[in-house]
Structures are given as structure tokens and as C-alpha cells.
Design a protein around this ligand. Structure first.
Ligand SMILES: [Zn+2]
Length: 388
């Protein structure tokens, strides 16, 4: 049984299909969604097999009309997102202020922990562990389908910009592939695989129109909620079944820390004046400038200065998508487990995920800062309980 694929052949066929779809697309939203898929396909083909000359790049993505249209549409989505953000800025600010303060405190106590080594698994062990995890979620056949159809790809090098993996998803046919950068048979790539399967599961269950589909990516902050839910489920699965327990705990430790960083970064962004956010959505302000703008809100100034320096670019959309992804996933995971691992618990979230942010979304799912902190402490307990 071979899990990963490194031949671009099928991707090239998919590219031909997508090109035809683009020609036949009836609406601008459809064109936007397909051209984004084509762009990623083209990049992926070259990642799997460097030097494969398929210049969809020139032919399609940079086709003047499509490119202009994409930018225009993208701009409309982006504008809606930022306006919606400013409308609820005070809410975001309060919410992430509380979360970053309450979680910071706990993190400090366990910061000294040491990491265990990383086990290299055989392909069979790797397959079996992941199969059991997917089986727990009722997705064993689903996983097998991807393995048999050779839809899990690896690349010969790491991906750029700290990306660990990503998916290709045809918005019309729902055909999909998973990419893991430089896959080794260990817990790290399995964790990424769980994350990417979350994305696939999420999009396969997307039944709204293509405009909402684009909106989901470009306007909402909800795009990482399901993928992060799968991450959390995977870690819990390992710890509860004593599989690679110490390494799973290390992953949980990293997850808690990186989530905390997104919560704090979200709070920091919310302290930046509106006008700067409107004019510079990617926040290309220097860390020094950002620090000057926000320092008066913090007592531990040194900690904040170091943190901002470490973050470098604070991009609003990405930061909030990961921060809310963390928040949602905390609750969604808990629900799924209480519901005997039934993924039907996600349906309520599926209903609202493509909408613009509204605090009522959180109410609907019973999400608030107090209950977040409670669940957070449960994670910390899980971390402490097992012997190292
Ligand atoms: Zn993701």
C-alpha cells in the first residue's frame, strides 16, 4: 500500500478539466473560484515535478481579463471583510483581550517542559494509526479512497512561507487532492494530514452557492475552524489511546502555544487605529511602529515588544482566521467527543460558516470567554496528566 504520490500525471489531467470549466463558467464568482483552483493546480504540478512546463500561468491566470476580474472580485470581498471587522472591532478587542490574558498565565507554568524525540514509523504503521483515527470519526472509507486514488501528494522540498500542507479543491466537481510538504512518516506529517482532511471534509460538505464559497475564503474568519478541529481530535485520539503519547503531548503543547500567539496577535491588531487598518490591510507597518501604537495597553512591555518583533507581519485576515479557528475548534471538538465522535455536531457550524462575522454566531454555538477558559484548562490537564 503506497500512501503518497509523486507523479504529476493526474494533476495535468485535472488541469485540462478545469480549463474547460473556466471556459464554460457562467458567472464571475464561478470564474473566480475556478481560476484560483487553476492557479494552485499549476503551482502544484511544478512542486511535484519541478520543471513541468505547463504555462496555465501565462495562458489563464495572467490572462488579462481573468486577472483583472479576479482582482476586482477579490477587492469587493476584502472590502466587505474589513468593513465588517471595523463594525465589530470593539467586540473582537474585548474578546481577545480576555482570552489572551487568561491563557497566557497558564502557559508560563509549563513552559519549561522538554520535548521527546520523534519516532519514524514504517509506512504500514503510519497507515494503520491514521486509519484508526479516521475510523473513529466514521471516515475510514473516505481515507482509503484518497489513498487508493493516489490523491495524497508529497513534494521533494519544504513548502514556502512555513506552509506545511494544503489542498486542491475543484469548486464545481468537488474533486480534491491533499499536499503535504516533504512528507516523512512521523507524527508531524500525520498532524498536517489530519488538518488537511479537515479542510476536505469541510468543503465536501459545502452546499451553498459559489458566491458564498468565495465569501467563505475571502470574507469570513471561519475557514480554519474545521481543520483545527481535526487537529485537536487527532491529538486527543493519540493521547487517549496511548499512541506516541509523549510526542502527541509535545504537539498539544505546541498547539496551545501557537493558538495563544494568534489570540494575542488578534488583540494587538484590534488596538491599531481604524484608519491604519483600512489603508494598510496587510499591516506593513514596522514592528517598532506597531509597538508604539499599542504599548500603552500593556503592563509587561518587554514581553509585548519581543512578541511583536517575533511576529513580523501581522496580517488581519489570516490572524483572525486562525484565532477564531482556534476558538471554534475548541468547542467543536468538545461537542463531537460528547456526541460519541459524531461529525453531525458540525452541522450547526456549517450553517453559519460562510457568513460575515457577527457575535451572534458565537452565541448560537454557546461560545464565550468563560467556557473557552474552562476547555482550555482541560487541555492543560491532559498535558500534565500523562507521565513523561
Ligand atoms: Zn488550514
Amino acid at each position: 500500500m503506497k500512501i503518497v504520490t509523486d507523479s504529476p500525471k493526474k494533476l495535468c489531467e485535472k488541469l485540462e478539466v478545469a480549463k474547460r470549466q473556466l471556459k464554460n463558467a457562467e458567472t464571475r464568482e464561478e470564474q473566480m473560484a475556478i481560476s484560483n483552483y487553476i492557479y494552485l493546480l499549476d503551482e502544484s504540478i511544478n512542486l511535484v515535478s519541478p520543471g513541468t512546463e505547463i504555462s496555465t500561468y501565462k495562458l489563464y491566470y495572467f490572462n488579462y481579463k481573468i486577472n483583472e476580474l479576479f482582482d476586482k472580485k477579490y477587492f469587493v470581498h476584502e472590502e466587505k471583510m474589513i468593513r465588517n471587522y471595523l463594525e465589530h472591532k470593539e467586540f473582537h478587542s474585548k474578546f481577545f483581550e480576555i482570552l489572551s490574558k487568561k491563557t497566557n498565565h497558564i502557559i508560563h507554568k509549563i513552559e519549561e517542559d522538554e520535548y521527546s524525540g520523534v519516532t519514524t514509523l514504517t509506512e504500514e504503521e503510519y497507515y494503520n494509526i491514521f486509519f484508526e483515527f479516521m475510523n473513529k470519526l466514521g471516515l475510514a472509507k473516505y481515507f482509503d479512497k484518497y489513498v487508493k486514488a493516489r490523491r495524497i501528494y508529497t513534494t521533494s522540498t519544504y513548502l514556502e512561507n512555513n506552509v506545511l500542507g494544503y489542498i486542491l479543491f475543484n469548486p464545481i466537481t468537488k474533486d480534491s487532492d491533499i499536499f503535504i510538504g516533504d512528507l516523512e512518516y512521523d507524527i508531524f506529517s500525520m498532524f498536517t494530514l489530519a488538518h488537511e482532511f479537515g479542510h476536505i471534509y469541510d468543503l465536501n460538505n459545502f452546499d451553498k452557492d459559489i458566491g458564498s464559497y468565495n465569501g467563505y475564503f475571502y470574507r469570513s474568519f471561519n475557514g480554519e475552524a474545521i481543520s483545527k478541529t481535526f487537529e485537536r481530535l487527532f491529538i486527543d485520539f493519540l493521547i487517549e489511546n496511548n499512541i506516541l503519547t509523549n510526542e502527541a503531548k509535545d504537539q498539544l503543547f505546541d498547539l496551545i502555544n501557537s493558538n495563544y500567539e494568534f489570540l494575542l496577535a488578534s488583540y494587538i491588531i484590534s488596538l491599531i487605529p481604524d484608519i491604519l487598518l483600512i489603508n494598510d490591510i496587510y499591516l506593513e507597518l514596522s514592528p517598532t511602529k506597531i509597538y508604539k501604537l499599542v504599548e500603552r495597553y500593556f503592563s509587561k512591555k518587554n514581553h509585548i515588544r519581543k512578541f511583536i518583533n517575533k511576529c513580523g507581519n501581522l496580517e488581519l485576515k489570516e490572524t483572525y482566521t486562525y484565532a477564531y479557528g482556534d476558538v471554534y475548534s475548541m468547542f467543536l471538538k468538545d461537542r463531537i467527543k460528547e456526541d460519541n465522535y459524531s461529525l453531525d455536531s458540525l452541522n450547526e457550524f456549517f450553517e453559519i460558516r460562510s457568513e460575515l462575522f457577527n457575535p451572534k454566531m458565537l452565541d448560537k454555538l454557546n461560545i464565550n470567554t468563560n467556557s473557552y477558559v474552562k476547555l482550555y484548562k482541560k487541555d492543560i490537564e491532559l498535558l500534565k496528566k500523562q507521565s513523561k
